[in-house]
Design a protein around this ligand. Structure first.
Ligand code: NAP
Ligand code: ZN
Ligand code: ZN
Length: 323
């Protein structure tokens, strides 16, 4: 089915990828068209498309195909497909050949099984970031069973982090936001944080030692994981969703003591993504966005590098037609 793209969110992964910062894991293929937070209007459907019709508002996230036969695909965890997995951009295109191109574009054609429905009532521009920032934070909070009364940390108030705060609060957790940007404190509280810690302040960090059930680390750049591992209580888990360019160093004793766990998580499955969108519609949750035109994209990337995003850039694709 073909979708005319209305909005596409700007994920820090787009920046990592286009600048080839993930050269040893996911090397960039040029020319590259990034963008995996896509919301648009269905403009054409093939004869076998039953789930959507022309005119529907539909969405595409980080993947557009998987094998559908491996154990993970069958379990609805297509993001962990053991075989041929096709990312929205930068993957081998098993249907057309060549490389897949993402959402900084006017249109995209995707198999109906990898297209999401945007429920009525969700603002399409604000919903776009849910397709990556949303599901990437919703999925681990659910997988690790975050619940009412637990103490949960979110590290980094960017695109992912601000969704993490909203979801963790929605689950009833006691949410502590860790930031390097003191200027974001008031926003963090408005978004749902019960407490804000300036992570550069060692005394403030020390007050929280051995106290967290769960910490979600959504930082895009090199930083000290040990400072956060030390904040976990017995059997606590630190889950990494940020994907910095350089390897992270972990002191063994910070894991051994208190039997702590360090884990990772990548986006979420299609079924879970739809569940998250429906949940957001029910609760009125969308991303806090700054709408931009396509010709602002390089400036937006520079602002991402300065942690100056409130809290997701979303490209209005109408601007592509005009540029
Ligand atoms: P973003 O909007 O740029 O936010 C990143 C935040 O990290 C910044 O706003 C800043 O928050 C903090 N930060 C930046 N540099 C830092 C540093 N040197 N030390 C400590 N904190 C720093 O990025 P995003 O789009 O949310 O993405 C975050 C990361 O997740 C990226 O690496 C991205 O590639 C990755 N990602 C992973 C998945 C997945 O499936 N696992 C999916 C999407 C994205 P403060 O100002 O609050 O400190
Ligand atoms: Zn992303
Ligand atoms: Zn598979």
């Amino acid at each position: 089915m073909q979708i005319e793209i209305l909005y596409c969110g700007v994920c820090h992964s787009d920046l990592h990828y286009t600048r080839n910062e993930w050269s040893d894991g996911m090397p960039a293929v040029y020319p590259a068209v990034p963008g995996h937070e896509i919301v648009g209007r269905v403009v054409a459907v093939g004869k076998n498309v039953k789930k959507f019709k022309e005119g529907d508002i539909a969405a595409v996230g980080c993947m557009v195909m998987s094998c559908r036969t491996c154990v993970n695909c069958k379990a609805g965890e297509e993001q962990y497909c053991n075989n041929e997995w096709t990312l929205t951009y930068g993957s081998s295109d098993h249907i057309l050949g060549g490389t897949t191109y993402g959402g900084y574009s006017d249109a995209i054609t995707v198999d109906q099984n990898y297209v999401l429905r945007i429920p009525n009532g969700l603002d399409p521009a604000g919903a776009a970031p849910l397709l990556c920032a949303g599901i990437t934070t919703y999925s681990p909070l659910h997988h690790w069973g975050v619940k009412k009364g637990q103490k949960v940390g979110i590290v980094g108030l960017g695109g992912l982090g601000h969704m993490g705060v909203k979801f963790a609060k929605g689950l009833g957790a006691n949410v502590v936001l860790f930031t390097t940007s003191p200027g974001k404190s008031a926003d963090a509280v408005r978004l749902g944080a019960d407490e804000v810690v300036i992570s550069k302040n060692a005394d403030e960090m020390a007050k929280h030692a051995n106290s967290f059930d769960f910490i979600l680390d959504a930082v895009s750049a090199d930083h000290d994981m040990n400072a956060y591992l030390n904040l976990l209580k017995l059997d606590g888990t630190l889950t990494l969703v940020g994907a910095p360019e350089k390897p992270l160093s972990v002191k063994a004793f910070n894991l051994l003591m208190k039997r702590r766990r360090l884990a990772g998580s990548a986006i979420g499955g299609i079924r879970e993504t739809q569940e998250m969108l429906d949940f957001c519609a029910e609760k009125g949750i969308v991303a806090d966005i700054e709408k931009i035109n396509i010709d602002y994209i390089n400036a937006a990337y520079e602002r991402l590098l300065k942690s100056d995003v409130k809290y997701r850039f979303v490209i209005d694709m109408e601007s592509l037609k005009k540029s």
